[in-house]
Design a protein around this ligand. Structure first.
Ligand code: TRP
Length: 325
């Protein structure tokens, strides 16, 4: 039997796991587990580009790993980026083959710089170089990501190509593995769900938290009275309902169109269904102690590190460095 193809993906620890993380990434990671040899990373070095508070950051990265495990990602495939420090060495080697113009062109840099104008650091600038190192370090065949990461994956491919041309064939060119990812808007109904915008709905959060978040959702702004028919087509509550619960979505759409259900009631129902649906995840999360999560992370990181050591040794020798004295 041919060996399974290897995939790699990562998430930055930026606060509690939400529905956007789940439907946009983690759910696909879980689905791909049987078909691929998986490396899923908590990208803590990348997280440092926005200089989070150390105590909160440590909490966030344990929470992210725990939430990944709770929603069904196998602990052995999860690792902590900084526990595989070889990535920093490969990053350094890659900075030497990455033309300035490449990083300058990456649209996410401009976007991130806009989000934190007072802190446009080198880490932000070289973000895609580090990401290329993540991917090529384990010689990933493919990277499951959303469209927002296209420019980064393209740069990883370019880096592999250039390194190989200069130094011989070391790295496979990673493909993008486009998985189906519905666009999940936040509770404001405008922007993509994101912790930094404060418009999230949790997955493993406590029921009261989820209830409050869902009830805060912006609904159909054109509907002034309960007796007026609603416009579910332009209502984020309806859009989310359709994505999460396609089975009986039509029923609530009809009720809204016939003015037989109000926005508040529809949100209440959506909230309760989210709470009920994710109860097994919440339960699994509650059963994971920080110690257990750290133990799993250490194990997963050892597995990634074994692969990383071999790759870095190969890259060092390719560029003419000594094996390390
Ligand atoms: N940049 C990705 C994001 O913001 C996270 C990430 C870091 C990643 N390293 C990666 C994704 C390697 C895929 C592969 O979502």
């Amino acid at each position: 039997m041919a060996p399974r193809k290897r995939i790699l993906s990562g998430m930055r620890p930026t606060g509690r796991f939400h529905l956007g993380n789940y439907y946009g990434a983690a759910r696909n990671w879980v689905r791909l587990q049987d078909e691929y040899d998986c490396f899923y990373m908590v990208a803590d070095y990348h997280g440092l580009t926005s200089q989070p508070h150390a105590t909160a950051f440590e909490r966030d990265l344990i929470d992210l790993a725990a939430d990944m495990m709770a929603v069904g990602v196998r602990p052995e495939s999860i690792y902590l980026q900084s526990s595989v420090p070889e990535v920093a060495e490969l990053f350094l080697l890659f900075t030497m083959v990455t033309p300035y113009g490449w990083v300058q062109r990456v649209p996410t840099f401009k976007e991130m710089a806009r989000q934190q104008p007072d802190n446009v650091n080198m880490g932000l600038f070289s973000y895609p170089v580090l990401q290329a190192a993540d991917i090529l370090l384990v010689k990933g065949d493919a990277v499951p990501v959303g469209q927002d990461q296209d420019a980064h994956i393209e740069m990883a491919r370019e880096t592999a190509r250039r390194f190989n041309r200069l130094y011989g064939n070391v790295f496979p060119e990673p493909a993008t593995l486009r998985t189906e990812t519905p666009k999940i808007l936040g509770t404001d109904g405008r922007a993509k769900m994101s912790k930094s915008l404060g418009n999230i709905v949790g997955v493993t959060a406590e029921p009261e938290v989820i209830r409050k978040q869902v009830l805060s959702m912006v609904t159909d702004t054109r509907r002034a009275y309960l007796s007026q028919p609603g416009h579910p087509k332009s209502c984020n509550v309806d859009s989310l309902y359709k994505i999460f619960f396609p089975d009986d979505w039509q029923h609530y759409w009809d009720l809204c169109r016939k003015a037989e259900i109000g926005c508040h009631e529809k949100k209440r129902i959506l909230g309760e269904r989210i709470i009920e649906t994710f109860a097994p995840f919440r339960q699994a999360r509650a059963e994971l102690s920080d110690e257990a999560v750290k133990r799993h992370l250490a194990e997963g990181s050892r597995r990634a590190r074994d692969v990383a050591r071999a790759t870095v040794a190969e890259a060092r020798s390719a560029v003419g460095l000594l094996p390390g004295l």
